[in-house]
Design a protein around this ligand. Structure first.
Ligand SMILES: [Zn+2]
Ligand SMILES: [Zn+2]
Length: 300
């Protein structure tokens, strides 16, 4: 197969675009797609300070790499929730290589010495939702306290369409409303959230990472094994094989829906930590209260 642009031998075939590329033109395609997504949603500009949420996996490492290659000012934030072994030294070395900085947070410092799986067990909630709650809260807090304009995460098209399918199957309107590639800053203490890789698939990111020799951990979180999102991913992969472009169409048509246009939610300050919330207390503080309750019960 030949490259669509230069007729050299192609290294990658993208069925959803009916196109094949050589290494050089695949990089071109990939990087332009990221730039276009950033521009399309006015996510950020070259002089904005961007905090990339880094897990060590291929998506976040690629995002960090590509944003810095494109000339954006990025730092990486690693949150150790206690589920996987983080290779901090190699992350630090990677940061140095792209003239960036690595920030590190240990959730034990915010949760009386507990890790996410321990908290989940204590309050009898799924580890994934506890972990997500902690990550969202700390990412925003770190970004706000250190003067970042935006938090960028490595969500890809496969992640987005599997969330979307799950949210549609359960008509989860609250989540559907928030499932957008960009959430602008609606409150001084609520930093903007951007997903610049949403129009790229897992496979495209994987190939880009390999060809650029971006180091990443392939270890999956041990708690996500049975998550329904994996089933939705599999179903969507089957559909995609049958009808290339299904994922892109599904997400694109969803983004065009009118209901994103009125997206104003009433925010108030959490009386315990001062960060904005839609409820009486923020979900992080409510979780901490449940931990304290559970510990109180254990003592009695
Ligand atoms: Zn080419
Ligand atoms: Zn709070």
């Amino acid at each position: 197969m030949k490259c669509k642009k230069c007729s050299k031998t192609a290294v990658v075939h993208l069925r959803q675009h009916n196109a094949a590329y050589c290494k050089e033109h695949f990089f071109d395609y990939f990087e332009r797609r990221v730039e276009k997504t950033i521009a399309e949603y006015s996510m950020f500009e070259k002089n904005d300070k961007i905090l990339v949420a880094v897990s060590g996996g291929k998506d976040s490492m690629t995002l960090w790499y590509v944003l810095s290659k494109l000339g954006y000012k990025t730092d990486g934030l690693v949150i150790d929730v206690g589920t996987t072994n983080l290779q901090i030294d190699s992350l630090q070395e990677f940061a140095k290589g792209i003239s960036s900085q690595l920030k590190f947070v240990d959730i034990k410092d915010y949760l009386d010495g507990f890790t996410a799986p321990q908290v989940a067990r204590l309050i009898k909630r799924p580890t994934c939702s506890v972990c997500g709650n902690i990550r969202r809260y700390l990412m925003n807090k770190m970004a706000y306290e250190n003067g970042y304009d935006v938090v960028a995460t490595g969500h890809n098209l496969d992640d987005e369409v599997s969330f979307l399918l799950g949210n549609v199957l359960n008509w989860n309107m609250g989540y559907l409303h928030r499932q957008t590639p960009f959430m602008r800053r609606t409150h001084e203490k609520l930093v903007a959230k951007a997903k610049p890789l949403v129009w790229l698939t897992e496979k495209e990111i994987y190939i880009y990472a390999l060809l650029n020799e971006i180091p990443f951990e392939s270890e999956r979180c041990p708690f996500s094994k049975d998550a329904s999102s994996l089933k939705y991913k599999k179903a969507l992969n089957d559909l995609e094989i049958d009808q290339p472009g299904t994922k892109l169409r599904f997400y694109k048509q969803f983004q065009r829906l009118e209901f994103f246009k009125d997206n104003t939610v009433q925010l108030r300050d959490c009386p315990l930590c001062g960060y904005p919330t839609t409820s009486e207390k923020c979900s992080f503080c409510r979780m901490k209260e449940r931990v304290e309750d559970a510990l109180g019960k254990q003592k009695n």
